[in-house]
Design a protein around this ligand. Structure first.
Ligand code: AMP
Ligand code: ZN
Ligand code: ZN
Length: 438
């Protein structure tokens, strides 16, 4: 962790713990043997000194789980102001699977999850073992994160970078880490996070970062716990919007408002989960027949030796509340099924439905707890649509762009930083109309 920060103020969401605990029930965690170089925990500049970046700083903020239609309805005065004075998309299509880690890494690589290797929040790799979101050690193992993230390319080009909790930023790529870094910690209040981000961006001592990436989980958490339309979720959206507004005000006060390009994105939206819309994953395939790699909305199954043909025959195709595909038959539009980490069978739940271990379902029934919101559904569903807002000296004013894929954001970001793109799946022309000087 970096910088002086207030003590824990808020516990980790119980539902998050339940989700990760139920994953732990299914999965045996690998003992990760790699020893990646750790970022300087002081948050101070580490390594070579780089001259202050003369170009405008790029501030990228991700609001996990903010649905495209959340803008302009009273909860987001600061984002609406950015959009009015800049550019916004009608909506941005997430990549498949519509989950947090795959999509965050897509945004900073321009690669589809099938190409960057973070094929799910929960994965199994023949050499690396298991990956789950909550396992910080696994998150630091470079092998999980393929492709070259934006901060690595920027650092190589001599641009200092600062990252708050963006998935993938704790794994060194070829030994390179963001210059300033803070790991994910849901207990840190939003204002304290923004204090740190403002301190990074305005530091008089070290190099000011040319790229700052901030990940905020609060809206996603409220959306899961209470549902996308619940008052608690509206409150979380307002709180995050206010925190961003506070950060922008501080940058303004520091004389930086014309020197910062701001790009606000989300990874996906959120769908309502009606009561009882849960299936037991054991009813898809018994544990004797198949290993369950992932649960929830995108279920990955590895049939056990000798059961391959029977399990595949029984599951492939349409069922009530879900559809399964052998890996080679996943619809082309989803751009998924080539990476070795994608399991042989993938089952996609219908919107609003989830598959969980029976034990978890029984526990939740007994406790009367269940998630009221979820994502991980069809990337073309309006409920899964993500947000894109951009503002600053590089951007035109008052432009609303038609929908585009989130892989197209990366070419824009490298353009803003003035660095060469790595091979990617994005279309560099999609966001050219957003720029004052394409
Ligand atoms: P999901 O909703 O399953 O796609 O996962 C997103 C949730 O994971 C967020 O709401 C956070 O609570 C949590 N999360 C995000 N990043 C991390 C991280 N680096 N370590 C642990 N938990 C995280
Ligand atoms: Zn997410
Ligand atoms: Zn989520």
């Amino acid at each position: 962790m970096s910088g002086p920060l207030p003590p824990t103020a808020r516990p980790v969401r119980p539902a998050t713990l339940v989700r990760f605990a139920c994953l732990a029930l299914l999965l045996t965690l690998c003992a990760c043997t790699a020893a990646p170089r750790r970022p300087d925990p002081s948050g101070q500049p580490a390594g070579a000194t780089v001259a202050t970046t003369p170009a405008p700083q790029l501030l990228m903020v991700s609001i996990d789980g903010l649905r495209a239609d959340a803008l302009g309805r009273g909860d987001t005065p600061n984002l609406d102001r950015l959009a009015a004075g800049g550019v916004r998309a009608q909506k941005m299509r997430p990549s498949y699977p519509v989950l947090t880690f795959p999509n965050h890494y897509t945004l900073v690589t321009g690669l589809r999850p099938d190409r960057h290797g973070v094929v799910h929040n929960t994965m199994k790799d023949a050499e690396l073992g298991r990956f789950i979101v909550a396992d910080k050690d696994a998150g630091r193992v470079p092998g999980w994160w393929q492709g070259v993230p934006l901060w690595t390319s920027a650092e190589r080009a001599g641009i200092a970078t600062a990252v708050w909790a963006w998935p993938g930023a704790s794994a060194p790529r070829d030994g390179v880490l963001p210059r300033y870094w803070h790991e994910f910690d849901a207990s840190i209040p939003l204002d304290a996070r923004m204090d740190q981000v403002a301190a990074w961006m305005t530091t008089p001592d070290g190099p000011r970062p040319g790229l700052v990436a901030v990940y905020l989980e609060n809206v996603d958490g409220a959306g899961h716990d209470h549902g996308p339309d619940a008052p608690e979720t509206h409150a979380a959206i307002r709180a995050v919007d206010a925190a961003i507004g506070g950060l922008l005000a501080r940058l303004d006060a520091a004389g930086l408002s014309d020197r910062v390009n701001v790009v606000v994105v989300s990874d996906h939206g959120m769908a309502n989960v009606p009561a009882g819309h849960y299936l037991a994953v054991e009813d898809m395939a018994s544990m004797e027949e198949a290993e369950v790699v992932s649960i929830g909305q995108v279920i990955g199954l590895i049939p056990r030796p000798g059961h391959e043909a029977a399990v595949t025959r029984r599951l492939a195709g349409r069922h009530s509340h879900y559809e399964c595909w052998p890996k080679a038959e996943i619809p082309v539009r989803l751009h998924y099924g080539h990476h070795p980490r994608v399991p042989p069978l993938v089952c996609q739940m219908d919107e609003g439905w989830n598959a969980l271990p029976r034990e978890t379902l029984q526990k939740r029934n007994a406790e009367g707890t269940q998630d009221h919101g979820a994502h991980g559904y069809d990337p073309d569903s309006p409920t899964m649509a993500a947000v894109f807002v951009a503002h600053g000296p590089a951007f035109r004013e008052g432009l609303v762009l038609p929908p585009f894929d989130n892989v197209d954001v990366y070419p824009l970001l490298v353009h803003l930083l003035g660095i060469a793109p790595q091979p990617n799946d994005g279309d560099p022309t999609t966001l050219l109309p957003a720029l004052r000087e394409p």
